[in-house]
Design a binder for this molecule. Structure first.
Ligand SMILES: Cc1cc2nc3c(=O)[nH]c(=O)nc-3n(C[C@H](O)[C@H](O)[C@H](O)COP(=O)(O)OP(=O)(O)OC[C@H]3O[C@@H](n4cnc5c(N)ncnc54)[C@H](O)[C@@H]3O)c2cc1C
Length: 320
């Protein structure tokens, strides 16, 4: 995970949209690695790991995002297969994916306290009849990676394509998001670093009132604050990744890292825009893109407020 975080950070420093290739594919390869049978790993994980195939993770629906248990897509059992019907939205890599990890309800939840039970994860191949790529969703940021709608109309999937246990798909998903958000933190670190470097370079070359911007204390303070934020975000991200790599409890650390890194990136992007003056809002310069990209990473894989809920739950667990 530490290696992945460093790779994602470096790529995000240039283009966060390009790093989405890794971050979104991870949402399929990681659960395959954790929950897949040997046969599933051979068929799906190896080509994903070799970069021969793309994966797309299809959980979000028009009516359910943060509330995974609220999905309406169904999968009905019919002998040796399941028939899936529903609609997914905001699916990254959806246009080019070969393997879709689709979440659908196979039975009603047993009780209001166990709403997450009854959801199952299915591996669905691109050319399966009934699986269609719908409209592309134009977003303000990460414009190099526009998500799409996925329509599932009577999609038949053999029983052996269930990933993990039947009815426990939400566990597969949530376990994946806990890990995946370290990759999103790394995107934040990369964007923050890029904004900081752009601001420093600009301040060192731009002249105003016969001085370089860098000579004004107000500009120096902004840059110092950016350095504080970038280094804090990076260390928290590496900390969360290292805890995971060591097999230690990393869930709270991952949520803390996601909040700090994505918010550091937002503050750095804003400060970089201010330091660039009018050029900051010009599309001729990259800094306005950093601010747009940050809005997306604050939202996906659990919004930052959902991270606050996760941290609070972990704190209560520790207290008990
Ligand atoms: C560019 C992009 C790519 C994406 N890629 C994928 C993908 O590949 N696969 C996929 O499945 N999904 C994907 N998503 C979807 C993303 O994960 C969801 O948008 C996200 O989880 C939030 O869900 P929502 O939009 O339905 O917001 P909602 O869940 O409706 O939340 C709306 C607001 O309410 C807040 N909120 C919700 N519940 C609570 C609560 N209990 N307490 C406090 N506040 C709460 C949220 O923090 C948020 O501010 C993508 C989204 C984007 C923008």
């Amino acid at each position: 995970m530490l290696t992945l975080a460093i790779v994602v950070e470096e790529i995000s420093r240039v283009s966060a949209a390009c790093s989405v290739v890794f971050v979104a594919s991870y949402l399929v390869s990681e659960p395959l690695y954790e929950f897949g049978t040997e046969e599933q790993k051979r068929r799906f994980l190896i080509p994903l790991a070799k970069g021969q195939k793309f994966g797309a993770h299809a959980m979000t629906e028009p009516g359910a995002g943060s509330d995974v248990a609220g999905i309406q897509t169904t999968a009905k059992k019919a002998d040796a297969e399941y028939v899936i019907n529903g609609r997914k939205i905001f699916i990254t890599n959806g246009e080019r994916a070969d393997i879709f990890l689709v979440f659908a309800r196979t039975s009603p939840s047993p009780s209001p306290e166990k709403r997450h039970l009854g959801i199952t994860a299915f591996l669905v191949e691109k050319n399966t009849p009934g699986l269609q790529v719908g409209k592309r969703i134009e977003t303000m940021g990460l414009r190099g990676s526009q998500p799409v709608e996925i329509i599932l109309d009577k999609v038949s999937v053999p029983n052996e394509n269930i990933l993990g246990r039947e009815g426990e798909g939400a566990y597969v998903a949530l376990n994946t998001y806990d890990r995946g958000r370290i990759g999103v933190s790394a995107q934040g670190v990369g964007i923050a670093q890029a904004a900081y470097e752009a601001a420093l370079k600009y301040a060192a070359t731009r002249t105003a009132f016969e001085s370089k911007l860098l000579e004004f204390q107000q500009i120096q303070f902004k840059l110092a604050e950016m350095a504080v934020e970038v280094h804090s975000a990076r260390l928290l991200t590496y900390w969360a990744a290292s805890l995971l790599d060591q097999g230690k409890d990393f869930v709270k650390a991952a949520s803390i890292a996601k909040i700090v890194a994505t918010e550091a990136a937002e503050k750095a992007a804003l400060a970089a825009m201010m330091i660039h003056g009018a050029y900051g809002v010009s599309t001729d310069y990259p800094v306005e893109r950093y601010l747009r990209d940050v809005q997306i990473i604050k939202t996906y894989e659990g919004t930052n407020d959902i991270q606050r809920l996760t941290i609070a739950k972990e704190l209560v667990k520790e207290l008990r």
